[in-house]
Design a protein around this ligand. Structure first.
Ligand SMILES: [Zn+2]
Ligand SMILES: [Zn+2]
Length: 280
């Protein structure tokens, strides 16, 4: 089995530990390929995005590791790039010639004091944004979120779409909305249709389950069923923030995808993105 993980954050953004520790851990786990994807810089204050002034150091360090460990593992340079309509997106970083890009939506507006709302920055902050920016109307928030994901896929063409339903991060026990309701499923399925017509790959992301926030991965099981039906290209990522977690729950995702009838998933190496048999 060729284990891969292209979604990871080091101390260059909000991960714990230096980039090299992740490579060493991935080698210990006998992984086939490992990708770094620290959070892209944004043009306003954020406590967890990379700073613009650290971008070059990040790129140089991953390139150094790629060469240093080339006999042991394939290392790739990516970035998880924030999409904010008319403010920033993947197209702003094209000149970096990254090996691959992960597109994600983490910001959904700005508060009156000018600070950005990262809806995944804690339940209290989620409730604050819902109240102050969306008038406590959860449907309009969720609809707005998926619209941004749709725009990102169409306008910015990420190689990987990050954590499709991250908007459910604090929704354990249907706290904010019911994923089984038709309005919600319609929104998710509309986005899946857009992905299925694009070249983007959708990741299964284990972080919410690893952290005990969610019972199902990003995306949820019913979404995975639809992905299968639509033949969406999938990859398996851990959204790693700690060198110990380079493989976190990846075998569990593989088993789940096998149970659901998936025959393949996508990996990236020097030949580009290619499907491989999931039971290999
Ligand atoms: Zn993310
Ligand atoms: Zn991430």
């Amino acid at each position: 089995m060729k284990w891969t993980n292209y979604h990871s954050h080091t101390s260059f953004s909000d991960g714990k530990g230096e980039a090299e520790l992740y490579a060493i851990s991935a080698i210990e786990h006998k992984m086939y390929a490992y990708g770094y994807s620290c959070h892209s810089p944004v043009p306003f204050y954020s406590g967890w995005n990379m700073k613009f002034e650290n971008l070059l150091a990040y790129i140089n360090e991953i390139k150094r590791l790629k060469i240093k460990y080339q006999d042991k593992i394939k290392i790739f340079l990516g970035m998880e790039i924030d999409y904010i309509k008319n403010i920033i997106g993947i197209n702003n970083f094209k000149h970096l010639n990254l090996d691959y890009t992960i597109g994600g939506v983490h910001f959904l507006g700005f508060f009156d004091d000018g600070s950005a709302w990262d809806y995944d920055g804690g339940k209290i902050k989620y409730e604050k944004g819902l109240k102050e920016l969306f008038n406590n109307d959860i449907k309009s928030l969720v609809k707005y979120y998926y619209e941004q994901v749709n725009n990102m896929i169409i306008d910015e063409k990420p190689d990987i779409v990050a954590h499709l339903d991250l908007i459910k991060k604090y929704n354990k026990g249907n706290f904010f909305f019911d994923e089984n309701e038709k309005w919600y499923k319609d929104l998710v399925f509309e986005t899946l249709n857009i992905i299925s017509k694009s070249d983007s790959i959708l990741e299964v992301n284990t972080r919410g389950v690893l952290k005990g926030l969610n019972e199902e991965f990003y995306p949820s099981n019913f979404v995975l069923d639809k992905c299968k039906e639509l033949n969406i290209k999938m990859c398996i990522n851990a959204d790693t923030h700690n060198p110990t977690d380079v493989m976190a729950l990846l075998p569990e995702v593989r088993n789940l995808l096998i149970d659901k009838g998936f025959k393949e998933f996508y990996i990236f190496d020097e030949k580009g993105w290619e499907p491989i048999g999931i039971e290999n």
